[in-house]
Design a protein around this ligand. Structure first.
Ligand SMILES: O=C(O)CCC(=O)C(=O)O
Ligand SMILES: [Fe+2]
Length: 321
């Protein structure tokens, strides 16, 4: 039996252009949802349907390229953080069988800070597709800006200065991941526990997911059952990652989620999705906020920076050696 959970649908415009009362209400609602299930959906985020359609057209074209072309963009030293990662490479923490997916990642393009720019690997350009790079770059910038607005609302909920996160995420180590869950040609050959994306938590502060081309995303409820997340049309699905959970000593929840295999009759269909993992700069201190620690909520985590924590996690999922 699955227990229904409430994933509220919030209008970002009521925060960005709203009255003081509307802004406060948005903060309270996103904060409460993050405290409860760790998930919300967001409307009126400013990304047009045309841009999202173009993104998906480019993503489909990318993964339709021959394997040999895609593999030419797979650079082991980049640990999957830029360019292509081939099928069956990433394994969710604690799993033995890798996820049935391939993906392409785009990172930060820093302007005005040469030292920081030098600390990030360059993005790879898909030479075969003229519009892939400009489209994904535009999506990256727009989601980064939506993410900053959401973190402002969350900062207010946490009784921090509204701009607490601004300089920490400005030019941060965020990643746009375009994903292809490839068709399963022979369902009988799939190992019993192989899935599109094994149960996991995201590493970063918050994740903004642009729809998906098909169902499959599920969240783990507190009662231990799986609940499907449905996004309407162009809604963004936004969830808390482990860095924000750590910073808030579990006040905000990084909820376990997964992508299940489709029913047998749909196995031959691809699924595409595009999450944006909002990361701070590596030097952000993730030490839990003093305001989230008290007698009832003792300190759960050791002190660590975002950069150290990311390295630890990339090793665990097999992307970094
Ligand atoms: O494909 C999806 O809907 C979710 C992907 C996801 O959870 C991830 O890549 O971390
Ligand atoms: Fe995820």
């Amino acid at each position: 039996m699955s227990t229904a959970i409430n994933i509220p649908r919030l209008d970002l415009n009521t925060y960005v252009n709203g009255t003081a009362t509307e802004r406060k209400q948005f903060s309270d609602e996103i904060g409460q949802a993050f405290n409860d299930t760790g998930f919300v959906t967001i409307t009126n985020h400013g990304l047009s349907k045309e841009l999202i359609d173009e993104l998906y057209a480019q993503v489909k074209a990318l993964f339709a390229l021959p394997d040999s072309v895609k593999q030419s963009y797979e650079i082991p030293e980049l640990a999957g953080q830029r360019g292509y990662t081939g099928k069956n490479k990433e394994t969710a923490k604690g799993f033995k069988i890798p996820d049935m997916k391939e993906f392409w990642q785009i990172g930060q393009t820093v302007e005005g800070d040469d030292e920081l720019k030098a600390s990030y690997p360059d993005n790879l350009e898909v030479k075969e597709l003229q519009n892939f790079n400009p489209t994904t770059l535009e999506i990256y910038k727009k989601l980064e800006s939506v993410g900053k607005q959401l973190l402002q609302a969350i900062a207010v909920y946490l009784n921090l200065d509204e701009h607490y996160f601004d300089d920490k995420v400005n030019n941060g180590n965020s990643i746009l991941r375009t994903l292809h869950y490839f068709p399963i040609e022979n369902p009988d050959a799939v190992p019993a526990d192989a899935v599109r994306a094994g149960a996991h938590e995201d590493i970063n502060l918050i994740t903004l997911l642009i729809g998906a081309s098909a169902d499959g995303l599920e969240v783990l409820t507190r009662s231990g059952s799986w609940f499907p997340v449905k996004a309407h049309g162009e809604d963004l699905v936004v969830n808390v990652g482990d860095m924000l959970q750590r910073l808030t000593n579990n006040k905000l929840k990084s909820t376990t989620h997964r992508v299940v295999n489709p029913p047998r009759e749909l196995m031959k269909a691809s699924r595409y999705s595009v999450p944006f993992f909002l990361h701070p700069k590596a030097d952000m201190d993730l030490t839990s906020l003093q305001s989230t620690i008290d007698a009832e909520n003792p300190k759960l985590y050791t002190d660590i920076t975002a950069g150290e924590y990311l390295d630890e996690r990339l090793r665990e999922i097999g992307l970094k050696k």
